[in-house]
Design a protein around this ligand. Sequence first.
Ligand SMILES: NC(=O)c1ccc[n+]([C@@H]2O[C@H](COP(=O)([O-])OP(=O)(O)OC[C@H]3O[C@@H](n4cnc5c(N)ncnc54)[C@H](O)[C@@H]3O)[C@@H](O)[C@H]2O)c1
Length: 261
Amino acid sequence: MVNLKEFEGKVVIITGAAQGQGEHLAKRFHECGSKVALMDLNEDAIKNIVEEVKPADEYEFKAYGVNVADSEAVTKAIDDFGKHWGRVDILVNNAGVLHKGMVETSTDNHINLMIDVNLKGPMYCTRAVIPYMKENGGNILNVSSILGTFPNTGAGAYGAAKAGLIILTRCWAAELGPYHIRVNCYAPGTIKTPMMDEIFAQHREESKLQQIPMREFGDVEDAFKLVTFFCSEQAHYVNGQTIGLDGGIWATQTPTAAWKK
Ligand SMILES: NC(=O)c1ccc[n+]([C@@H]2O[C@H](COP(=O)([O-])OP(=O)(O)OC[C@H]3O[C@@H](n4cnc5c(N)ncnc54)[C@H](O)[C@@H]3O)[C@@H](O)[C@H]2O)c1
């Protein structure tokens, strides 16, 4: 079992922390006594979260209004937080955006947004954090998606970016392993966050549920449990892995066959 006391005093950066999984991760790490940087495009929202949490010191829980696709802004924010604490222990590359678009009609803007935020963003953040992790080791978590291995109509650019993140995870695990920086990845199926609001608004819950053997959606706390496992001593020798956080979508083509009548 993971001992959450391990995270006391750890220096943690969470991207996409204004809502959903990222907000929950940031708050839970703070509860564990970690020093947390919240990075998000939505500056007002992260500032409100900081105000709500009322940290004793600014750098204990600090908001950075940053677009992860802007490499200069990313480096500036990570330098500020990393220099203040003298190191970074954990980076969660969680920021992501999903807009649907069929290849025939997709615009340059759509293609660029999907690749810039979901693929280049984690590259910029990871590159910037390495100098602050090299001395003591650390953990980098990439947040991919079920759509990175199991494509969906209209989600090609997003899926390709998320598939790229799985390859980057292995590549970075090899490059950074000598510094004891472990790089792992998880691929959510359906987690209840604002990203899924559209699906719920369209009353597509039941058809979504029918894809999931566990017959339930994931929760943001499931993401926290997995992230803390990867970053804990329990996973000391786990590196370069991607694990599904999806209630077993990959287990079978016919989940409902096992459902009780
Ligand atoms: N919720 C799910 O079911 C699900 C499924 C598969 C993958 N994911 C992935 O999980 C991660 C977290 O998603 P979520 O469900 O919490 O979604 P969400 O939409 O609730 O939150 C995403 C956060 O990322 C931020 N963000 C978007 N673009 C950004 C940018 N350019 N720079 C900085 N921040 C930016 C948003 O402002 C938001 O706060 C994402 O990478 C997403 O692709 C989620």
